[in-house]
Design a protein around this ligand. Structure first.
Ligand code: HEC
Ligand code: HEC
Ligand code: HEC
Ligand code: HEC
Ligand code: HEC
Ligand code: HEC
Ligand code: HEC
Ligand code: HEC
Ligand code: HEC
Ligand code: HEC
Length: 313
């Protein structure tokens, strides 16, 4: 540490101590009455007083915090891009105008799941720069409707946002989605453990036009992107396959082979009820064999004769 930095950091520590004692008086967002909170927020989101010193002023007090300083290792800390926060209002582009934060410790805009500010308010900060094509469906996405914040998934005070890295994306998603986490660790699943595939192979976390925020137009199209051979067309189709792959498969994983929701024959009998019972004892259907031994072409058949129509070859 050179002399200049040392002085700055000593100054910073002194101010931090000062700030802390004042902040104890002024209170934080958590203890603040609703009316007061809204009043301050108005100034943060509308016509607040920005500092003249920009980031330098903030760092007087915050430079000892490693999380804060890591901002400069990531894209938002770069000053060489015209749209970057650092080329404009700097820290205050996200945390809002300083106002009296510096002397009376009025709180700043804070982010993430534990933050007391609504997801909508937090997200409006990010959206002020990120209203691009990629987030066109954000407004109607489940995550927005469920009040998930951008900063619940994204980190900005880091060199590399873990959710943008295929090796760590799934971990972030499954920190909330525990059921899918359990599924993907079952006996048969898509190869998501090592980042070969990830949740975003099928989902758009910013929303989409399809159910379950799937990336393609509908569920089956999402699967055909990688399992093209299942698309057909087949001379003899099996209706549920055309309608919905998830009628038989759990795409997140299953204790059954082939990610089947149930094992045959139960899987088949759910829809083909009484298929065991409707024939007499000599029937092929009560021979105790698996349905799949004979009906091998369960996804559809191109065989021209009657056996094809029964999905047998
Ligand atoms: C005079 C010292 C001082 C200055 C200058 C200052 N802060 Fe703070 N800030 C504090 C203290 C003290 C706290 C409360 C303790 C803490 O959480 O670090 C705080 C809290 C915060 C928090 C909330 C942290 C949390 O975890 O809840 C944010 C965000 C923040 N400051 C951003 C800024 C920004 C941006 C600037 C510049 C515009 C700035 N601060 C300038 C002292 C200061
Ligand atoms: C003042 C404008 C501005 C604000 C406010 C802003 N960003 Fe950014 N953001 C940028 C710029 C510029 C880039 C780099 C160029 C790009 O990818 O668009 C960027 C990039 C990103 C990226 C891609 C990062 C990467 O490594 O490729 C993510 C994710 C992101 N921002 C999330 C957020 C979140 C979350 C917020 C709110 C907490 C936010 N941004 C607020 C300007 C902003
Ligand atoms: C549920 C988690 C989640 C939420 C919530 C979320 N994102 Fe993302 N975001 C991601 C993932 C995952 C990617 C990487 C996408 C990919 O690789 O397909 C991404 C990519 C990005 C990128 C970089 C690539 C691009 O699309 O431009 C930006 C910028 C971004 N998000 C901004 C935002 C903003 C702004 C919000 C809030 C309005 C937000 N995100 C909310 C998970 C999320
Ligand atoms: C692009 C938006 C953005 C910019 C620019 C930004 N921050 Fe943050 N800040 C966040 C978000 C989001 C978090 C929550 C943690 C995270 O995402 O990494 C955060 C967290 C913080 C915290 C709490 C850290 C902790 O220990 O939990 C402080 C303090 C803070 N920022 C200060 C600053 C200062 C000082 C600057 C300028 C040097 C700055 N921020 C610039 C978005 C931003
Ligand atoms: C191979 C494609 C695929 C992958 C990979 C995938 N999903 Fe899904 N997901 C789907 C499909 C298809 C649905 C709709 C299921 C249905 O309708 O039965 C769905 C539904 C969901 C739902 C809604 C569940 C419900 O019951 O409404 C959540 C939450 C979800 N996925 C989270 C995740 C998470 C988290 C990951 C990563 C661990 C992930 N998904 C990976 C295809 C996928
Ligand atoms: C902060 C918690 C959180 C994180 C992190 C998170 N989600 Fe979600 N997600 C939710 C909540 C809450 C819902 C709505 C309730 C539900 O379906 O579980 C939801 C719903 C969904 C759905 C169902 C959409 C629908 O229309 O049925 C999908 C798909 C999904 N998330 C995918 C993802 C993916 C992919 C990631 C990682 C990129 C992710 N989520 C990260 C909280 C989160
Ligand atoms: C991004 C590509 C991709 C998408 C999209 C995709 N899959 Fe897969 N699928 C794979 C890969 C890779 C495997 C593993 C192949 C292997 O292990 O040989 C696989 C395997 C499977 C298996 C066999 C599992 C086993 O244990 O034998 C089933 C069933 C399956 N996928 C169903 C689906 C369904 C249903 C969808 C749509 C909801 C879907 N897949 C979407 C890539 C994908
Ligand atoms: C009527 C139930 C059913 C439906 C609907 C269904 N499958 Fe299957 N799928 C099965 C069965 C049963 C197996 C195991 C076949 C075996 O062991 O020979 C299987 C196996 C698979 C496999 C792994 C073995 C192989 O044949 O490659 C993939 C991949 C697969 N299905 C994808 C899909 C896709 C994609 C869809 C939607 C277009 C779909 N399935 C719809 C019942 C179904
Ligand atoms: C989600 C419901 C559903 C499931 C599960 C299902 N099927 Fe089907 N299956 C249908 C429907 C609907 C038809 C079309 C019925 C018709 O045309 O009369 C059909 C048609 C058939 C046919 C051709 C019938 C004919 O008369 O041409 C056979 C064979 C068949 N299924 C076998 C199976 C087997 C084997 C399984 C288990 C691997 C299975 N099905 C699972 C719904 C289902
Ligand atoms: C030993 C071979 C064999 C086994 C095992 C078998 N099937 Fe069949 N199945 C056939 C043959 C052959 C036909 C065609 C009969 C005909 O042409 O009339 C058929 C016809 C069908 C049909 C068409 C409707 C009908 O009644 O003709 C359905 C649906 C069906 N099987 C479902 C099943 C299910 C569900 C199972 C498992 C519980 C199963 N099959 C087990 C050979 C078998």
């Amino acid at each position: 540490m050179n002399a200049k930095n040392l002085i700055a950091s000593v100054l910073g520590t002194a101010a931090l101590v000062l700030g802390l004692s004042v902040s104890a008086q002024a209170g934080t967002w958590d203890e603040m009455p609703q009316a007061e909170m809204e009043q301050i927020l108005d100034t943060k989101f509308a016509d607040g007083k920005y500092s003249r010193q920009g980031a330098d002023g903030c760092l007087m007090c915050h430079r000892r915090n490693d999380t804060v300083m890591a901002l400069f290792d990531g894209v938002h800390g770069r000053a060489d891009q015209s749209k970057s926060p650092m080329a404009g209002l700097q820290c205050e582009a996200c945390h809002g105008p300083q106002g009296t934060h510096r002397n009376k410790s009025e709180p700043m805009i804070v982010f993430g799941g534990d933050a007391p500010l609504s997801a909508e308010k937090q997200n409006s900060v990010c959206m002020s720069c990120h209203q691009g094509e990629e987030r066109m469906a954000w407004h109607t996405s489940t995550h927005n409707l469920e009040e998930v914040a951008c900063a619940d998934c994204h980190k900005v005070h880091v060199a590399q946002d873990p959710i943008l890295d295929k090796a760590t994306e799934v971990e972030t998603c499954t920190s909330c989605h525990t059921r899918e986490k359990a599924d993907m660790n079952k006996r048969s699943s898509h190869p998501m453990q090592w980042g070969e595939m990830t949740c975003t192979s099928c989902h758009n976390p910013h929303g989409s036009m399809a159910e379950a925020d799937l990336i393609s137009f509908n569920l089956n199209d999402t699967c055909y992107a990688c399992h093209a051979e299942k698309r057909g067309p087949f001379l003899w189709e099996h209706q549920p396959v055309v309608d919905n792959c998830a009628a038989c498969h759990n795409p997140h994983g299953s204790v059954n082979d082939g990610m089947l929701t149930q094992r045959a024959p139960q899987l088949c009998l759910d829809c083909h009820q009484g298929h065991n019972a409707d024939r007499d004892g000599t029937s092929i259907h009560t021979a105790g064999q698996s349905c799949l031994n004979c009906h091998t072409q369960v996804h559809g058949s191109n065989h021209p004769d009657r056996a094809g129509s029964k999905l047998q070859r």
